[in-house]
Each structure stands twice: as C-alpha cells, then as structure tokens.
Design a protein around this ligand. Structure first.
Ligand SMILES: [Zn+2]
Ligand SMILES: [Zn+2]
Length: 449
C-alpha cells in the first residue's frame, strides 16, 4: 500500500496542484483582473518551488540515516555544512549536537527564531520506501532499529529549505533570522541532559533575544495540504510521578500478619482516577492522569513489602497542574495511611511545560498560513495531549507552533499510522506546505505584517 501511495505523490506533481488550487480559490473570491494577478506565483512561491527538489533530497537522506537523541552527529554536520554554504554565521555543538545559524538581512528590522528538531526514535521502520532506514543503535543496553518515526527528518529538511529561500533574499530582508536546529526533542538518554531546555541554559538567547519563535510539526492527524493550530495552550505540559507504597511483607495466607501494599496501591490507582473525574474543573482545560506501570511482588503466596507505581499527567494550565500535584500527593499518602502503609511520592525533575501560542502572534501567523496554504486548509485543532519540548522556547518568548498534515489525501487520518509508529508515513506533498508556511510567517513578521 505505502509504496503505491508514495508513487502517487512525487513532489514535482504536487506543485502545479498547489498553484491550481490557489487559482481556483482566487477565482472564487476575487474580481477578474485581480484574480489573474493573485493566481500567478509570487517571487517567494517561485523561490520555494525552486528549493523543493533539494528539500526532498535532504529529507530522504536524513530519513535513511536517522540518529537517536543527543547522537545527531551526521545530521548536524550536514546541516552546518549546508548553512555555511548559504553564507550564514553558524555555531555548532550547542547542547551537544545542536546547530544555530544567524541570517542578517540587508535592511533593519526585528529578530525572530525558527526552530526544527533533528532526532529519530528507537523504532524499526516498517515502511517500504526506497530510502527506508536500516539504521541500528544501542538504546538502554539493547540493539534497536532507528527511524525518523516522528517526522523530524522533514522538519530539518524544511528548515534548511526555509533558510535557503530567506538567504536568497538576504539584501531585501528587513531583520534577522535565527535558525535553531535542535537535538534531543524526544528526550535525552538516561543520565544525560539535552534538547531545548539545555540550549536555553547554554545561553541560546543570551546575546540576541528574538521577538518571537516559530516551529512546526509534521502530523499524521491531518492530511497533507492541511495545516492545524490553536491559539493559547496547544500541547500539554507533561509531568511524571513515581509513588512507592511501603507495607509490611507477610505470607499470602496470613494477610493480617503484615500490611498489603498491593491492595493499597490498587486503591491509589483508582483514587488517582477521581482527580480528573471528580476533583478538577475540566470545563476550561482538559487534564489526564495515567498510571503506566505497577511493579511489586515476586511470588503468588508472598505479600510483598512494597509496590512502585509510575505514571504521567498532562495539563494545559499552571493552576490545574498545581492542583493535580497536590491531589496526587494527598491521595497517595492518605490512602496509604488509611491502610496502615506509607507512600513516598516523587515528581519528575524536568517536566515539559505547555506549548503556548501567544494570541496576537497567532493571529498574525495564521493570516500568513492562510494566504499560502489556502484559507480552507488552515484549521483549528483540538488540544493535543502529547507534549513537545518546543514548550521551553514557548516559555522564553512569544511563540507560534503549528501542525503540517502528513497523511496522504484519501487516507483517513484517524486510522493512519500515527507519529512514533513503525508505519508512520510522510506524504512528501506536505513538505512544500511546511516550507511555504514557514517562509510566509517569517517574512510577514519581519515586514511588520
Ligand atoms: Zn515524537
Ligand atoms: Zn516530534
């Protein structure tokens, strides 16, 4: 199925379609003389079209050579080389393998930042494309397949394309663009730091503080051609918790001789489910509390000494987050206390904050997206309960983050393999949409639109 679909959407075929759609949209909405002018590709569209074959080639190359978080050695080397060819001021080795390049325009204007992430995942690719990944690596002591199962190959390639288009108009560019190629979005390996938070700690914005930062993500939940966003909180803050219930070990036939941490842990799991259902106002923002693992005991007739629970919770508002922290602690410790047990509760030390689309910036950026992707193709999407470490940039600066549909048209995005699946497939028709929207958002901002 996939090779066939792939064959149906080679990039050269998608460009005329793009202009044809612009033409039909313009015919419907404007008077005749204006229509013809509007239907002709602008200089920017022509520049984007010219760079697309190279974007596709870059993306296929990255796809075939994915690297795990904090190990993006080949990718970042290639990225830095391409950026140097464009005459940009390039800095490497930022937060391990990150690359930051600055393009100074020939005219005065604001500074903005554009961000792409570069890492792959420990997933063995099951998609049958000519540039399928056969890469392997060691992950948590095991040999694993490595795949760009989240589309970061596309992000890196699209950002290089965006840099090339903007560098091509450097003289006319009113302002400065910082290109951030970020490592380890998927999380640094155990015992390491990495990603957006480390880049910021290392002083990414210390010398030049951009006015705004933009980012995008290829996304299975929308068809190629579509773009999704929402104003305000977009992606959840992601927190981890760990609860250890301490009872007292005894024989399974004599439970009264000890304190059973298994029954207590079970009560805690059910109690945690009442947080979202009964204790938090979810009318404005949704929230999620999930237990992902329960570990305790070794044998059918021994009640163990302790049980460990680990889980995650997702929120879109700092007050809801604080309320959930308090309730997890209370439910765990007081449920344990009622059983004569005790509970230790810990929270992860490096939670991802919320990806927040600043309202005024969103309004401006959406106008740019609608102009180049077509008004009907830009849609407001529901809250996304997944998280993204772009959130750290989002906390540091006004930001705008959006999703670029990657599922082939005609395939149902609800059932299409999602990001992180070994079957995740990016329709390359999504790539020009990503470059056009990013270039338009950046240019419009610099021009004060
Ligand atoms: Zn991912
Ligand atoms: Zn991702």
């Amino acid at each position: 199925m996939l090779p066939g679909l792939f064959a149906c959407h080679p990039v050269p075929q998608t460009m005329p379609k793009f202009h044809a759609r612009l033409l039909s949209f313009a015919l419907l909405t404007a008077a005749a003389p204006v229509t013809i002018a509007a239907a002709e590709p602008t200089a920017v569209e022509t520049a984007v079209d010219a760079v697309m074959p190279q974007v596709v080639a870059w993306r296929r190359d990255f796809h075939q050579h994915p690297e795990l978080s904090n190990r993006e050695f080949r990718t970042s080397k290639l990225v830095a080389e391409e950026l140097r060819k464009l005459g940009l001021d390039v800095k490497t080795g930022v937060a391990h393998t990150g690359v930051v390049a600055v393009l100074k325009g020939g005219k005065p204007g604001p500074t903005i930042a554009l961000r792409a992430d570069m890492d792959g995942l420990p997933v063995t690719e099951q998609v049958d494309v000519p540039f399928k990944s056969l890469a392997t690596a060691e992950y948590r002591g095991e040999k694993v397949g490595v795949m760009h199962a989240c589309g970061h190959d596309g992000h890196t390639a699209m950002m290089l394309g965006t840099a090339k288009v903007l560098a091509g108009m450097r003289k006319e560019l009113p302002g400065t663009v910082m290109f951030i190629f970020q490592p380890a979005e998927e999380g640094a390996p155990e015992g390491e730091r990495g990603g957006a938070s480390l880049m910021l700690e290392q002083g990414l914005f210390a010398q030049t503080k951009p006015e705004a930062v933009f980012g995008l993500h290829l996304w299975s939940s929308l068809n190629a051609g579509k773009v999704g966003y929402r104003s305000g909180p977009l992606m959840a803050a992601s927190d981890r918790f760990r609860i250890v219930v301490h009872g007292r070990q005894t024989h399974g036939a004599r439970p009264w001789g000890g304190v059973d941490p298994i029954v207590t842990a079970s009560q805690i799991v059910l109690g945690l489910q009442t947080i979202v259902a009964r204790q938090v106002d979810i009318t404005q923002y949704p929230a999620i509390v999930s237990v992902g693992a329960i570990k305790g005991g070794i044998r059918y007739n021994i009640i163990p000494d302790s049980v460990e629970l680990v889980g995650t919770f997702r929120t879109f508002d700092p007050k809801v987050r604080a309320a959930i922290v308090e309730r997890i602690e209370r439910i765990a410790t007081e449920t344990a206390s009622a059983a004569g047990a005790t509970a230790d509760v810990e929270f992860g030390t490096d939670p991802n904050p919320v990806v927040l689309n600043e309202a005024a910036l969103t309004t401006r950026a959406v106008a740019s997206l609608e102009r180049v992707a077509g008004k009907d193709n830009v849609v407001v999407i529901p809250y996304v309960t997944g998280s993204e470490d772009f959130a750290f940039f989002s906390q540091a600066l006004p930001s705008f983050y959006y999703f670029v549909g990657s599922t082939p048209p005609g395939q149902d995005p609800v059932t299409a393999p999602s990001n992180h699946s070994p079957h995740y497939f990016v329709d390359e028709a999504s790539l020009p949409v990503g470059v056009k929207t990013m270039v338009a958002a950046a240019l419009d901002y610099l021009q004060g639109k």
